[in-house]
Design a protein around this ligand. Structure first.
Ligand SMILES: Nc1ncnc2c1ncn2[C@@H]1O[C@H](COP(=O)(O)O)[C@@H](O)[C@H]1O
Ligand SMILES: Nc1nc2c(c(=O)[nH]1)N=C(COP(=O)(O)OP(=O)(O)O)CN2
Length: 171
């Protein structure tokens, strides 16, 4: 079993459709999906708000590198163009954690080194796994604690919407 937590986000084009395209590509490898959240841009670049969600995925045949290939393929299919770090994008798929794998390869950092700083990751993650824990610099803490450590403004910038990731294919 290889279980991973994917963070998906978009603020260019039909963002909901871009997020749903990941759900369609996963098929029965999707275990659960959070609600869709609207979130203020993280990282200091002035741009439109994002739509964000978290997916729990599972596939015995895929390890972390295969999940990275999957992430890149989804981004390419959404015509993702890399212009500016932390800037606008049609689709971003990040691997937050994959089983208990640690990696310091810059091409695949696990757990994702900035996940604990991002309410747009932590809030939807708690939707699908309220008991989730996240290791940062060797210290595992509940995601609830990482979230509490963020500023109130940061948390308030992530708002649940009534959009869902359900698609005809995923029904
Ligand atoms: N955990 C990771 N998930 C996705 N991409 C990762 C991870 N660790 C390193 N990377 C590398 O980051 C860039 C892509 O960055 P984005 O702007 O988030 O698309 C790529 O080189 C990945 O190999
Ligand atoms: N609210 C919000 N802000 C964002 C979002 C996002 O999805 N939602 N993605 C970003 C892109 O970050 P990226 O994945 O390129 O950064 P990383 O390489 O540090 O993960 C930058 N800022």
């Amino acid at each position: 079993m290889t279980r991973a937590v994917l963070s998906i986000g978009s603020n260019v084009g039909d963002s909901l459709a871009h997020l749903r395209s990941v759900v369609d590509a996963l098929g029965d490898r999707l275990v659960s999906a959070s609600a869709v959240y609207s979130s203020e841009p993280w990282g200091g670049v002035e741009q439109q708000d994002f739509l964000n969600a978290i997916l729990i995925v599972d596939d015995a045949a895929r390890g972390p590198w295969e999940w990275l290939d999957f992430a890149r393929a989804c981004e390419t299919a959404a015509d993702r163009v890399r212009v500016q770090r932390w800037g606008p994008r049609s689709l971003d798929v990040d691997i937050v954690v994959c089983d208990h794998v640690s990696s310091d390869d810059p091409e695949l950092l696990l757990p994702h080194p900035r996940a604990h700083e991002r309410a747009f990751v932590l809030v939807p993650w708690l939707d699908v796994d309220p008991a989730a824990t996240l290791e940062v610099d060797g210290t595992a803490r509940p995601v609830t604690e990482w979230l509490a450590a963020l500023g109130a403004d940061e948390r308030a910038g992530v708002r649940r919407t009534d959009m869902t990731l359900d698609t005809p294919e995923s029904a």
